[in-house]
Design a protein around this ligand. Structure first.
Ligand SMILES: [Fe+2]
Length: 314
């Protein structure tokens, strides 16, 4: 497989697993293309045309040093210049894949957060409420990106001539779908303790338990009932609005499964009586990546995991 084929496979898998469905995503892209067509020449010159084809702008081809057949890939949750140097030491690495966004993928992280509005809507939060609350948070995240040296690792890949891509929301969608399918079968009177045990049966979380990073109850206690379980905080860039929990409770959500959560969000969830089970960050990111990496392995590509990736084959 070539880099472009690997990247496109990831985007396609991400669309397949997307809670919104392929048709809704096609509509979003079509709308962007129609808007672009009306742009002036000057507006078109500065425009990133990937916006017209890629629904996950935090997933990107960042550097193509040599467009060759890919046989051996170094994959990590975070790729820093240290991992680029590591690739050089290992030798024979054709492509490096980072899960967390880098370069222009990081600069566009806030773009994928719109997905959260639709996911909240699927779980019963009115779209106007979700969009209203998320608007503020999305612009906050967009402004926050300016502080980062987002091209640092991309520059290292350029200097040492490594192919580099990042796959963020595309694979987080796979983790979200996997967890949604798993918990949807369960009875809403299930207790939090049983939900945690259910998560611990998933190999990535089982491994995370061994290193002290297993699933944890952030809000609620073991004996409480889950009610309706929502997978609203596994995909969609980064944490959403802390004001959303009250609206979730009104929409009938009882428990949310997340990857990680800030204190402010935890307090708001507590005030709204929303139970929170934090599955784990690196382990959840690994779950999504693994579901994709299995596809690469099936096609004969060797995977070398690094940087927090808990590699499990299915
Ligand atoms: Fe992550």
């Amino acid at each position: 497989m070539k880099i472009k084929e690997i990247f496109q496979l990831a985007i396609n898998k991400g669309i397949e697993a997307d809670f919104r469905g392929r048709e809704a995503i096609e509509k979003i892209l079509k709308r962007k293309r129609e808007k672009y067509a009306k742009f002036s020449e000057e507006e078109k010159r500065d425009f990133d045309i990937e916006v017209l084809e890629n629904p996950y702008l935090d997933s990107r081809i960042l550097n193509v040093a040599q467009d060759k057949e890919i046989k051996k890939v170094l994959v990590g949750i975070d790729i820093d210049p240290a991992e680029i140097l590591m690739a050089k030491e290992i030798g024979g690495i054709d492509l490096i894949i980072s899960h967390h966004p880098l370069g222009k993928g990081l600069a566009h992280l806030s773009d994928v957060m719109e997905l959260q509005c639709d996911v909240l809507n699927i779980y019963g939060v009115p779209i106007n409420v979700a969009e209203g609350l998320m608007k503020e948070r999305i612009s906050e995240v967009a402004r926050g990106m300016n502080r980062y040296n987002h091209q640092r690792t991309v520059d290292a890949a350029k200097i040492l001539e490594f192919n580099l891509i990042c796959l963020h929301t595309a694979t987080d969608n796979l983790a979200a779908k996997f967890l949604k399918d798993k918990v949807e079968k369960e009875d809403s009177l299930m207790r939090i303790e049983d939900l945690v045990n259910l998560l611990k049966e998933i190999p990535e979380y089982k491994e995370a338990v061994k290193i002290g990073a297993g699933p944890k109850i952030y809000v609620g206690d073991r004996e409480r009932r889950c009610g309706k379980i929502a997978v609203t905080e596994i995909t969609g860039g980064t944490g959403g609005s802390p004001k959303i929990y009250e609206k979730m409770a009104i929409a009938g959500i009882g428990t949310i499964i997340g990857m990680h959560m800030e204190e402010e969000h935890k307090k708001e969830a507590e005030a709204a009586n929303i139970n929170v089970v934090i599955a784990g960050h690196m382990s959840s990111d690994s779950l999504g990546m693994n579901l994709f990496l299995d596809e690469l392995e099936k096609r004969g590509i060797e995977i070398i995991p690094c940087s927090g990736l808990i590699r499990i084959r299915r």
